[in-house]
Design a protein around this ligand. Structure first.
Ligand SMILES: NC(=O)c1ccc[n+]([C@@H]2O[C@H](COP(=O)([O-])OP(=O)(O)OC[C@H]3O[C@@H](n4cnc5c(N)ncnc54)[C@H](OP(=O)(O)O)[C@@H]3O)[C@@H](O)[C@H]2O)c1
Length: 220
């Protein structure tokens, strides 16, 4: 397949690029600083573009089979987070113009407020308040995909906390919701390796799974 990765210089993005190449795909990485992507491969093309501009993205989208976004944005105490919505509002029109229909976008567990009631005290009272602005904007992007992009084959991937480690052989667990619950409704674990998130994202495009769904994932 021809896969275009956004956020390819990020910690998950680089693992996704590597796994996609290992699976024999043609990969195009859209980045803002090409020197940050250290992977070199005959099937990898690295291009510089602005993820907030449909015009800038358009020329790179044509003939791609899927867009895979590992974009992440910093939190500012002075302003609301807007990176997820501003980027998707450029990506979706560029996809339509380029006739690309498939997109996988990464958000997080607990993007909807009040879905973390069964999470640990630390997650509810320390982590979520700290990243609330990002979770709100992630949810706005999820809503945009659901409300404005029914013509596209989107999948939102919601992982728990990310560990900077490669993929494992562990079983991937999924749930159409804001976290993956165990039998008692309590979240199963609270972290996953970035390599396993990349593994899951790749399986979605290869097997055409979870179309127009937001899916929480973890491993066990
Ligand atoms: N940390 C966690 O525990 C956790 C848990 C669940 C979900 N998530 C979410 O999962 C996603 C991936 O996380 P990660 O830790 O792998 O991400 P990361 O390492 O922070 O990488 C973020 C990527 O987004 C790019 N980016 C940021 N701002 C940009 C801009 N203005 N224009 C273009 N590109 C921009 C970065 O490019 P540069 O290299 O040029 O900066 C980088 O490639 C994020 O959305 C994150 O919020 C994180």
């Amino acid at each position: 397949m021809r896969l275009l990765v956004l956020g390819a210089t990020g910690q998950t993005g680089q693992l996704l690029v590597r796994q996609a190449l290992d699976h024999g795909h043609m990969v195009k990485a859209i980045v803002r600083t090409p020197s940050k992507l250290t992977i070199q491969h005959d099937n990898l093309k690295v291009v510089k573009a602005n993820v907030f501009s449909a015009n800038s993205l358009l020329e790179h989208f044509s003939e791609e089979d899927a867009i895979m976004s590992c974009l992440g944005f910093p939190i500012s105490i002075f302003s609301e987070a807007t990176g997820y919505t501003e980027s998707i509002k450029a990506i979706a029109p560029a996809m339509r113009e380029a006739k690309v229909t498939r997109i996988i976008a990464m958000t997080s567990w607990y993007t909807k407020p009040d879905t973390a009631q069964e999470a640990s005290w630390t997650i509810r009272w320390l982590l979520i308040p700290l990243i609330r602005k990002l979770l709100i904007n992630m949810q706005e992007m999820e809503n945009y995909l659901n409300n404005e992009c029914q013509d596209l084959k989107w999948t939102v991937v919601r992982p728990p906390g990310l560990q900077n480690a490669s993929k494992t052989e562990k079983q991937i667990l999924t749930h159409e919701g804001y976290f993956v619950p165990g039998p008692e409704g309590i979240p199963i674990g609270n972290s996953v390796t970035r390599g396993d998130v990349a593994r899951f994202m790749l399986s979605l495009v290869e097997e055409d799974l979870w179309i127009k769904k937001a899916v929480a994932m973890t491993t066990k």
